[in-house]
Design a protein around this ligand. Structure first.
Ligand SMILES: *Cc1c(COP(=O)(O)O)cnc(C)c1O
Length: 400
């Protein structure tokens, strides 16, 4: 079996150097833990970037994937397939929409790209071809395609890729007056994350999503919510916007939808749906039977027992633990924030060295922006595992 070092060497030789990787080659995972190629065990508090929300290799999901692999892998959207209608029906039922339509694709960027394409056509269909602009927010993140990079509110993701597609306007996150001032006769839609995740785990201020929703209603705009990271129970509800009691025009999903198999989805209301008629948009792998069969099983598991209440309980417990850590390291930790099991711990300096110390001490975490460490453990995390994580984190901080 190749060890860490040999895999890292080959990565260096054969893969594009576009990822800043930790010097760890991960071999296998089980629940809240992963093991590297040298046999070292890590407690995983990043879950493949908020993707493995039910832990690694959940036995029920493994079984569903195996069964589907033996039955049918792929036929494309030239045909109907049962797993994707099953997942779509489940998504619509929990969305809160009285009627909605689902489009499946393979990533968060592709789901957001679909929303961006859809609102342009929908405004044309409503007789407003001049309305093509989308307002989004500073420090937001929406993906890596040209249009989603244009929508993203962070210069570092755009640098060198210009010219980007036109029609994107950015305003400060949480500032409703700035949004109102930015709305023009060309505005088609507003695109927002309920919590800016990559931008530093910044929850939208209380009432902001509701104010956006009212503004969209008043001005004939579409409200698009990027739930790629916040969706699927991460915040203690199915979708982040449900904490605000609003319904967007459309929202996007990806990361945790199939617990780590590649999938993306866009859910839109009945007003938007007719604007992507046959032939207007598609994706070869979209709705892949294996990915959607697993997604459907993920939704069943998330619906079991009182999982979302448990997420809220674990949020309170983890925040309490981290506030104690803050008291122990008052010069290091500026703030603990976030919702559900998506927490950010802000430091007064870049967190790269902290993340490296955590990995050495057997805890995997990821940054959110420069100065924030992000905790996104499995939603099935036990209290013992939570305590283990905090203990390792404090050990790493004491080594700084
Ligand atoms: C990860 C992420 C994306 C991009 O998803 P990909 O699957 O990497 O394309 C978009 N929006 C948000 C909020 C994300 O967290």
């Amino acid at each position: 079996m190749p060890d860490n070092q040999s895999i890292i060497q080959k990565t260096d030789e054969y893969l594009l150097h576009n990822s800043a990787r930790q010097p760890i080659a991960v071999l296998r995972g089980e629940g809240a833990y992963v093991w590297d190629a040298n046999g070292k065990r890590y407690l995983d508090f990043m879950g493949g970037i908020a993707t493995c929300a039910l832990g690694h290799c959940h036995p029920v999901l493994v079984e569903v994937a195996k069964r589907q692999l033996e039955r049918l892998w792929h036929v494309s959207n030239i045909f109907h397939t049962q797993p994707q209608v099953e997942l779509a029906e489940k998504l619509v039922k929990v969305s809160g929409f009285s009627k909605a339509s689902v489009f499946f694709c393979n990533s968060g960027a592709e789901a957001n790209e679909t929303m961006l394409k859809l609102v342009r056509r929908a405004q044309k269909d409503k007789g407003h071809p001049e309305r093509y602009e989308v307002i989004s927010f500073e420090s937001s993140f929406h993906g890596r395609t040209l249009a989603t990079v244009a929508a993203t509110g962070q210069e570092k993701h755009k640098k060198g890729f210009e010219p980007l597609p036109a029609g994107f306007v950015h305003v400060p996150f949480g500032d409703i007056e700035a949004v109102e001032a930015a709305v023009s006769s060309q505005t088609a839609a507003i695109l927002v994350e309920p919590i800016q995740c990559e931008g530093g785990v910044k929850p939208a201020p209380q009432g902001f999503l509701r104010a956006l929703s009212q503004l969209c209603e008043k001005k004939g705009l579409f409200l698009l919510v990027d739930e790629v990271q916040t969706g699927m129970g991460r915040t203690g509800k199915w979708f982040g916007f449900q904490h605000d009691g609003i319904l967007p025009s459309a929202f996007s999903l990806a990361k945790a939808l199939s617990n780590g198999l590649p999938i993306g989805a866009m859910v839109c209301n009945a007003e938007l749906a007719p604007s992507l008629p046959p032939g207007s948009h598609n994706s070869t792998f979209g709705g892949n039977p294996v990915a959607t069969a697993v997604g459907s099983a993920v939704m069943d598991l998330l619906s079991e027992g009182h999982l979302f209440e448990e997420v809220a309980r674990k949020e309170a417990r983890l925040k309490q633990g981290l506030l104690k850590t803050q008291q122990r390291f008052p010069k290091l930790i500026k703030e603990v924030r976030g919702r559900g099991l998506l927490l950010g711990i802000e430091f007064p300096f870049p967190v790269g060295p902290i993340i490296a110390r955590c990995a050495e001490a057997s805890l995997l975490v990821v940054s959110a922006g420069e100065n924030v460490v992000r905790f996104m453990p499995s939603l099935l995390l036990t209290d013992e595992q939570m305590d283990e994580g905090i203990e390792i984190f404090e050990k790493a901080l004491s080594l700084l």
